[in-house]
Write a protein that binds this ligand. Structure first.
Ligand SMILES: Nc1ncnc2c1ncn2[C@@H]1O[C@H](COP(=O)(O)OP(=O)(O)O)[C@@H](O)[C@H]1O
Ligand SMILES: O=C(CO)[C@@H](O)[C@H](O)COP(=O)(O)O
Length: 461
């Protein structure tokens, strides 16, 4: 039995799973927290991966790293960060995104060039922000990596050329997944001077070796890794409720959306990953639990004791700005509070807001991909919540498949490692066991009230 290690260097933490490469059984796992915030010293991720993955590494024959997409890790000549990394959920580059779209000649042309209409999440917008707001830091940038590339490079033997894959590269805004090539010209135009990019390694290839000789797979963005971990098929819709809320699917063909609703990212197998992301997801619940002075189980208990619709309390949960809809300067709004409103109503309204936002993403994705929706699957940290599980099929208005609680990004990275180790054409087949089918009566009124508030707050910030 060969063991492989999968790592997820995600927004809130680093997770490592040690997996039997024959069938994908997780035999051990560890995690370590990341610092909070939308700009982070990326060296903290190296300390976290040492902590989480270090003790498992010597038992593994191969490893791969999945990670939060888009983050700008800008390195100087000494290989050290010139400043803190700006993460996918940092919205300061919203104006830069508008400028860059205009420089492309508009949204359609932008999507044709790089697969997506840019929003503040994309790396290229952060480079433009750096050029305009911190020119001294910008001038020192020699190489730009993504979080997973930076962590992979740390695990590789010294002297290894930095590497990435087309999945994560496709979220930079200076890579064309349709043409499978970097657009260094676009990076240069954003930053103001050329900078090195990592080598794009093919799916299933060995990208490098650790000092101990273990193979390292290319790694990928967390959403592409989750798709691999769940063995997603065209027509499946994967909903992830982590820091971000994501609706994604896989497709063999590129479908460019000039409206900017769906991104045309690449997946980790040579295909594509149409995706819609929100910026406010699990943290809607973290905030509500903190405000109500309860833990997650207490919040779920409160919410499940209130009726659908929370006696009219509705939340627009775009607390940290939002990306779907594209409102980088938005804040949250609560409506429908009455003298009779209870703590249970407030708890319920938070779950309903999270799930309505996710349902919007799922519907928009379903409208724009050619395959009819098959399974809807739910993963991510907040999928552990009893209330999320109970209310998801009601708010989404369709049955939802939930796998056992687990780290499916890290599992996808482990599958990529097993693929690299095996040297086969296709990744190994690993069954996803123990899935549960959740069903509930739909609650369309909850969606309708949410949509009304969403549309009424268009110009609010
Ligand atoms: N039982 C639960 N109920 C609600 N939220 C939960 C629960 N367990 C974990 N979470 C939340 O899940 C989030 C972490 O999910 P995760 O998918 O690991 O995020 P990320 O990949 O963005 O770092 C945290 O915000 C955490 O509070
Ligand atoms: O920006 C996106 C997708 O485009 C996010 O999905 C990030 O990739 C962060 O993911 P999590 O850490 O929330 O899983």
């Amino acid at each position: 039995m060969a063991l492989v290690l999968g790592v997820d260097t995600s927004t809130q933490s680093c997770k490592a799973v040690l997996v039997d490469s024959d069938d994908g059984t997780v035999v051990d796992q560890r995690s370590a927290a990341h610092p909070d915030g939308t700009e982070v010293d990326p060296r903290a991720w190296l300390a976290a991966v040492d902590d989480a993955a270090g003790p498992l590494l010597e038992r593994a024959e191969a490893l791969a790293v999945g990670g939060q997409q888009h983050g700008m890790v800008a390195l100087g000549a000494d290989g050290e960060p010139v400043r803190d990394a700006l993460l996918w959920n940092d919205t300061r580059s919203a104006e830069a995104a508008r400028q860059l779209i205009a420089e492309h000649g508009g949204p359609e042309a932008c999507a044709e060039a790089v697969g997506s209409v840019l929003v503040a999440s994309f790396t290229v917008t952060k480079l433009r922000w750096l050029r305009d707001h911190e020119p001294e830091n910008a001038a020192r940038v020699e190489q730009v990596l993504l979080p997973h590339d930076y962590v992979s490079a740390h695990l590789a033997e010294p002297g290894t050329r930095a590497f990435t894959d087309r999945g994560d590269a496709s979220g930079t805004g200076y890579y064309s997944a349709m043409e499978d090539r970097w657009r260094e010209d676009l990076l240069e135009a954003a930053l103001g001077h050329p900078a090195a990019v990592p080598e794009v390694v093919a799916p299933g290839a060995v990208a490098g070796r650790t000092p101990g000789g273990q193979a390292i797979g290319a790694g990928t963005g967390d959403n592409a890794a989750a798709a691999l971990g769940m063995a997603l098929e065209p027509g499946d819709v994967l909903l992830s409720v982590g820091t971000s809320g994501v609706a994604s699917t896989v497709s063999r063909a590129a479908a460019v959306d000039g409206t900017g609703t769906v991104t045309c990212f690449a997946d980790a197998t040579g295909g594509f990953l149409p995706l819609i992301a929100t910026m406010n997801a699990a943290r809607i619940l973290d905030l509500q639990a903190a405000l109500l002075g309860v833990d997650h189980d207490g919040l779920a208990e409160l919410a499940l004791s209130a009726p659908a619709g929370a006696h009219g309390v509705t939340i627009s949960p775009y607390y940290g700005g939002e990306r779907t809809p594209n409102r980088p300067d938005a804040t949250g709004t609560w409506t429908g509070l009455r003298p009779t409103t209870t703590r249970a109503d407030l708890a319920r309204a938070a779950y309903e807001a999270l799930l309505c936002s996710l349902a919007d993403a799922a519907d928009l994705l379903a409208e724009r991909v050619p395959e009819p929706v098959g399974r809807v699957l739910l993963v991510g940290g907040a999928a552990r919540s009893a209330a999320v599980r109970a209310l998801a099929p009601a708010v989404l208005g369709r049955p939802v498949v939930v796998p056992p609680a687990g780290e499916y990004v890290a599992l996808g990275a482990a599958r990529q490692a097993a693929w690299a180790l095996a040297g086969t054409e296709a990744p190994p087949t690993w069954p996803v066991r123990g899935t549960e089918l959740l069903e509930a009566d739909p609650t369309p009124d909850v969606r309708a009230r949410y949509s009304e508030l969403r549309d009424r707050t268009t110009d609010w910030s």
